[in-house]
Design a protein around this ligand. Structure first.
Ligand SMILES: Nc1nc2c(c(=O)[nH]1)N[C@H]1C(S)=C(S)[C@@H](COP(=O)(O)O)O[C@H]1N2
Ligand SMILES: [Mo]
Length: 247
């Protein structure tokens, strides 16, 4: 893909920050990776065009953002970490990256932040609107340096649900989408335990089960075949939920 088309595909938010890094090694590796990104039905519907999930105003925020699925992580280590304000929590970035990272909460809070008010739609039939704050996943992946051949981001979680670790995944288009955020705040407060403290993914163009809570790691891979059940997510492996859960 030509560099200009690549910029158009990424949209204005990313372009604004692009000049500074356009000659960097990181940018070069992103451009090479871009050739692999255009696959899948959602792309066929809107070639090269970035679509944004609707955003709302503070007046639209739901009075209570309910929890669903795991409502905490059932381990002494998690409870100890929570009691300590998650000061020891780390987010690892591994797999097909130039530099594996292990980020502290302070490092995550020190990155440029995005705040967005979006509607969460659960496949079970409820919705809630909340204001999420955190760094864009794209800025974290740029720091790590995406290697050629990376096609999916796998999201690792601390909770175990009915005997298996929760996990999710998305393609590189969604990983670099401007509204894909590693959130540490809900409605201006530290993320509640119920909603995935201290870190949860926001993947705004897709259904609720894609928004991994209790996030511990992001792993870039070439294929999902060898990850857990091979279908890209906890519910995809068990209940036949769609991997691309576009809203
Ligand atoms: N780690 C983890 N992430 C998860 C889940 C879970 O059980 N564990 N449930 C998913 C589902 S089905 C939904 S609808 C949302 C619920 O987010 P909430 O608890 O903030 O409402 O989280 C998603 N992410
Ligand atoms: Mo859900």
């Amino acid at each position: 893909m030509k560099r200009r088309n690549f910029l158009v595909a990424l949209g204005a938010t990313f372009v604004a920050g692009c000049d500074a890094i356009s000659d960097s090694k990181i940018f070069g590796s992103l451009v090479e990776t871009a050739g692999n990104w255009h696959r899948g039905i959602h792309r066929a519907l809107g070639v090269g065009r970035i679509t944004m999930a609707p955003e709302f105003t503070r007046a639209d925020i739901s009075p209570f953002f309910r929890g669903n699925g795991s409502l905490e992580v059932d381990s002494d280590a998690y409870r100890a970490s929570a009691a300590n304000g998650f000061a020891d929590w780390r987010l690892s970035i591994t797999g097909l990256v130039d530099n594996e990272l292990s980020l502290s909460m302070d490092e995550i809070r020190a990155l440029p932040q995005r705040t967005q008010i979006t509607r969460h739609d659960c496949v079970e039939g409820w919705s809630a609107i909340g204001e999420w704050t955190g760094p864009q996943l794209s800025s974290i992946l740029e720091m790590a340096g995406v290697q050629e051949g990376a096609r999916f981001a796998v999201f690792r979680c601390a909770d175990n649900l009915n005997g298996a670790d929760y996990y999710e995944s998305c393609d590189m288009d969604d990983a670099f989408h401007p509204q894909t955020v590693v959130a540490h705040q809900l409605n201006g407060e530290a993320l509640p335990v119920l909603n995935g403290a201290p870190l949860r993914l926001r993947l705004e163009r897709q259904l609720g089960y894609k928004h991994a809570k209790y996030l511990t790691g992001v792993e870039l891979v070439a294929s999902l075949d060898d990850i857990e059940g091979g279908r890209g997510g906890y519910w995809e492996d068990r209940a036949g939920y769609q991997w691309y859960a576009g809203i």
